[in-house]
Design a binder for this molecule. Structure first.
Ligand code: GLN
Length: 515
């Protein structure tokens, strides 16, 4: 793992900033996101092999718009500007940017000049994703135009001598068919990165670092059963074995058999060397949640109760040296500590350190990784695929997939329905292609007929969405036969359900979860 070979993304508030960094890492080059307010000296000190400027909502020619000093473009470090970043590069270097007579949005045919190293091996006309109101009406002196569209005379420009590249479209978005190739051409070709960022070496190096940091100390980790904390557990176990204690709180709001699956992997009979404590707190949770219907209140109770249970266990263990957390890079960025994007959510893992456990230091071994990298690290560590490719799951678990009051009976219904849904999606080979899918239990009961008898039972809602970044989502087109099969199995196999709905709502206006 070579973090010395690093590309820096300078964030101007674009929606896709994390995507840019992820795509670069897919090219096996380590990449970090920094705000455009980051000092030039700090950037120089990092000695990056390349710099990428992201898109952004502003118009670079307006007073007070985010900018960067001209010197950035004469450090001898290759720079690639994307959309706002491209416009800004031109603006700062003396080109002209103004409101476009025709704004472009969506998939657009772009003609490229494949003699540019940026477009090496790219087709001469290629579909790219555009999203802009402004345009570069005149490239800066010394630049050559290397792409255009019907409405956009400067869709890309280069100053090969100074290794400066500007692209009006978004290569980081998958709708740009050859976008990954373009980013690859930039980081591996123009910047000359060798591509040494790989997950096997990440594991090896992290193990070494953890050992150095922890020494003979004790580490405590709250294991939720989710991907991040499971991979953190695997990594810490590999590094320090029994110096690690994992506390797994089963709050009774996990998916079907999930508690046992986690225990099978990390418990006594599992493959990992660590101390594993499972707390069966189901009854305690159901008692606390009885009669509560308000979603925020439910979330709060579930969160607080988790802390109480964890605290009680921690007290039994006594003082530890380190508290480990499964924080990952998007948590850091979204908390406003990385890039420039508005604080989307203050993540519980970042910033707000728990003060209820007696520990000296916090340790976050996955802090630099994106989710797909966490998964790869998990597989490297020998964590079963089933766990590593687990569907995203909210912290409050099924508690917020049961609309209204949570009871043991309703948990059973939604667990069984969801298990059937996941099974059929996997059988149809859709489990890796649909972003997220799950079953929820509505608080509606309706009349039906089964075996000639009247029923008055619950309705289950099926949801499946595709999302690039979880900020927006569209309902996924699950084949009708699959939905029918799921419906029929749920009605036949899950007692208490006589109706199944499919949720078509996109986000916005809906959220992915129901509460
Ligand atoms: N705000 C600029 C424009 O409208 C840049 C847009 C972007 O970066 N996506 O052209």
């Amino acid at each position: 793992m070579d973090r010395k070979e690093k590309v820096i993304v300078i964030d101007f508030g674009g929606q896709y900033n994390q995507l840019v960094a992820r795509r670069v890492r897919e090219c096996n080059v380590y990449c970090e996101i920094y705000s455009y307010k980051t000092d030039l000296e700090q950037i120089k000190a990092m000695n990056p092999k390349g710099i990428i400027l992201t898109g952004g909502p502003n118009s670079c020619y307006e007073e007070g718009a985010p900018t960067y000093q001209e010197e950035l473009f004469s450090l001898g470090i290759p720079v690639l500007g994307l959309c706002y970043g491209a416009q800004l590069m031109m603006h700062v270097l003396g080109g002209r940017v103004e409101k476009a007579p025709v704004r472009e949005y969506g998939k657009i045919q772009v003609s490229v000049d494949s003699s540019s190293p940026l477009f090496d091996d790219v087709s001469e006309t290629t579909v790219c994703w555009m999203s802009h109101n402004d345009y570069i009406s005149q490239a800066a002196l010394g630049f050559r135009i290397i792409a255009h569209t019907a409405d956009c005379p400067v869709a890309a420009a280069e100053c090969a001598k100074k290794k400066l590249y500007a692209i009006q479209f978004h290569p980081e978005v998958l709708h740009t068919v050859e976008g990954t190739k373009m980013l690859y051409n930039f980081v591996r070709g123009v910047c000359g990165c060798a591509g040494t960022w790989r997950m096997d070496s990440f594991v090896e190096e992290s193990v070494k670092q953890i050992r150095e940091k922890v020494g003979g100390g004790k580490v405590l980790l709250a294991l939720s059963g989710g991907v991040d904390s499971s991979v953190a557990a695997g990594l810490l176990s590999r590094a320090i074995g029994k110096q690690l204690t994992c506390v797994f709180v089963d709050h009774g709001l996990l998916r079907k058999d999930e508690g046992d699956e986690v225990e099978a992997v990390f418990g006594q009979d599992g493959d990992f060397d660590l101390n594993f404590i499972r707390v069966n707190a189901q009854e305690r949770y159901y008692a606390k949640l009885a009669g509560v219907t308000e979603p925020e209140r439910k979330r709060k109770i579930i969160g607080e109760e988790f802390i109480r249970v964890f605290e009680e266990e921690a007290k039994k263990i006594g003082a530890v040296d380190f508290l480990a957390q499964g924080t990952i890079y998007p948590d850091v960025v979204e908390s406003g500590l990385g890039g420039e994007s508005a604080v989307i959510k203050s993540h519980h893992n970042v910033g707000g350190l728990p003060d209820y456990v007696d520990f000296k230091e916090i340790i976050e071994p996955l802090r630099d990784l994106f989710k797909d990298e966490v998964r790869k690290a998990g597989l490297e560590l020998g964590i079963p695929e089933k766990l590593v490719y687990r569907q995203p799951f909210p912290g409050p678990g099924l508690g917020i997939r049961i609309i209204g009051e949570v009871t043991a009976e309703k948990v059973r219904i939604v667990q069984d329905a969801d298990a059937i849904y996941r099974e059929e999606i996997a059988k149809a080979g859709l489990d890796r292609s649909i972003g997220q899918y799950f079953a929820a239990l509505t608080n509606m009961r309706s009349v039906g007929v089964m075996g000639d008898e009247r029923t008055y039972d619950y309705a289950v809602a099926l949801r499946a969405v595709n999302t690039v970044d979880f900020m927006t989502a569209e309902s996924a087109e699950v084949p009708f036969e699959v939905l029918q099969m799921v419906m029929s199995r749920i009605i036949n196999e899950v007692r208490g359900v006589n109706r199944v709905f499919y949720d078509l709502t996109s986000k916005p206006p809906g959220t992915i979860e129901f509460e």
